[in-house]
Design a protein around this ligand. Structure first.
Ligand code: AMP
Ligand code: GLY
Length: 425
């Protein structure tokens, strides 16, 4: 079987690599892919826009690419699944109606309320004046969110009411385009965050091993948020007992409520959770896709061929799939970023040491890179994600950094403390 992967990040390089580990997958095409997928054996890139649904459908049909795996949220929110399915393709990723769970925070909040899923108390506003008046009655810290997709930039955890008001005004000023037509103001939750990515066929839902990511740019989880500077799995923060509760209190009610709304959700449901100091799981957000960089730590641990899992979801037979099998031990992914990220950053720097890094046994996943004439250059804020595997977190983390230290490009930045919470385990 030949597969198509939509997207260009570290998550998509990982998906392509993991799919090609399966004996059943003979070829992967990435749209548009990156420098890593360009050089991966049995994989190639196609320079189409992930939003060019007609072009993608035509290419997939002519070339017998039966299976399509969608990485990012944007094409899902625009209805890529509905479009490609109508052409007879097998698509992993929810339909447009289901993708609202990520594409509208107000919609997701309403769904959680209906489903009785534990989450932060929230109010939704369509007008600046009412939002500002409401803020005056609230205590800090408080969280202000643009409703729609804002590339991870639409969330402000405000420490003062002035900062919260400024965030509200900024969102309504149109800075985030149509994502800012509504504002969600919610209770600040304390605790440790964890990411539970689950696969579903719309009836049955099964979690993958739990992960954590480091969102902040700086060591000790300080400074502005990024797309994610590192990740690790399986995090011990989510104990088996807690995973049971997440299954029955979060994942199953979400799928049941989607179904009640007539939404046949097939793909990944990603629950971003806050584990409160009391040990209770509360939902921070849902995403309609694999996490990045969680995927770079989670999927290399999956022993069951990924195509089997994906096809079981698409074909509505997840319940009869044998339990997912996992490699023992742990994985840690360290992201290498360009200088200046998450603000403006340069591109075009030549990257060296990639072969030496791979020779250590670590998995070097490309994110923002480009391949040209045998040279790999940086082409994005997050440039690479280096995953180390090991019997323990300590060895997985050491293995990741041993490989990282072989790689160089001008201005390269990475956090040196990925996995500090679990390092001694
Ligand atoms: P989101 O895009 O909703 O995941 O928010 C981005 C980040 O903001 C989350 O990963 C949290 O670190 C933080 N955050 C969002 N909502 C809350 C909340 N209600 N309480 C505490 N932190 C939050
Ligand atoms: N790592 C966070 C996300 O994928 O949304």
């Amino acid at each position: 079987m030949k597969a198509l992967v939509i997207g260009s990040g570290g998550r998509e390089h990982t998906l392509a690599w993991v799919l090609l580990q399966s004996p059943k997958i003979t070829e992967v095409v990435c749209i548009p892919g990156n420098g890593g997928t360009a050089n991966l054996p049995h994989c190639r890139n196609l320079a189409l826009n992930p939003e060019d649904f007609e072009g993608i459908a035509r290419f997939a049909l002519v070339n017998n690419l039966e299976l399509v795996v969608v990485g990012p949220e944007q094409p899902l929110a625009l209805g890529i699944t509905d479009f490609l399915q109508a052409q007879g393709l097998k698509v992993f990723g929810p339909c447009q109606a289901g993708a609202q769970i990520e594409a509208s925070k107000a919609w997701a909040k309403a769904l959680m309320m209906e489903a009785g899923i534990p989450t932060a108390q929230a109010e939704v506003f369509e007008e600046e004046a009412t939002a500002l008046a409401y803020l005056k009655t609230q205590k800090v810290p408080i969280v202000v969110k643009a409703d729609g997709l804002a590339a991870g930039k639409g969330v402000m955890v405000a420490q003062t009411l002035e900062a919260a008001s400024d965030a509200v005004s900024e969102i309504f000023s149109g800075k985030f385009g149509s994502a800012g037509s509504q504002v969600v103001i919610e209770e600040f939750m304390i605790g440790q965050e964890a990411s539970v990515l689950a696969v579903t066929d719309g009836q049955t839902i099964r979690p993958l091993v739990p992960a954590q990511d480091h969102k902040a740019i700086g060591e000790g989880d300080t400074g502005p948020n990024t797309g994610g500077m590192g990740s690790y799995a399986p995090t011990p923060v989510v104990t088996p007992a807690l995973m049971e509760r997440i299954q029955t209190e979060v994942l199953e009610p979400a799928i049941a409520t989607l179904r009640r709304r007539g939404i046949d959700y097939r793909g990944v449901l990603y629950a971003g959770l806050m584990i409160t100091p009391q040990g209770d799981p509360k939902v921070v957000e849902f995403n309609c896709r694999f996490g990045d960089p969680e995927t770079q730590a989670v999927l290399p641990l999956l022993e069951t061929p990924l195509d089997q899992v994906i096809l079981a979801c698409i074909e509505g037979r997840l319940e009869s799939l044998p339990p997912l099998e996992w490699k023992p031990g742990a994985a840690a992914c360290v992201v290498l970023a360009a200088e200046g990220y998450p603000d403006a950053y340069p591109k075009g720097m030549e990257i060296s040491g990639l072969t030496e890094a791979a020779d250590t046994g670590a998995l070097v996943f490309h994110a923002g890179t480009q391949a040209k004439g045998g040279i790999i250059t940086a082409n994005g804020g997050r440039v690479l994600g280096v995953t180390g595997l090991g019997d323990t977190f300590e060895s997985a983390i050491t293995n990741a950094y041993t490989a990282v230290d072989k790689i160089h490009f001008e201005g390269m930045y990475c956090r040196r403390d990925i996995g500090y919470r679990v390092k001694r385990r």
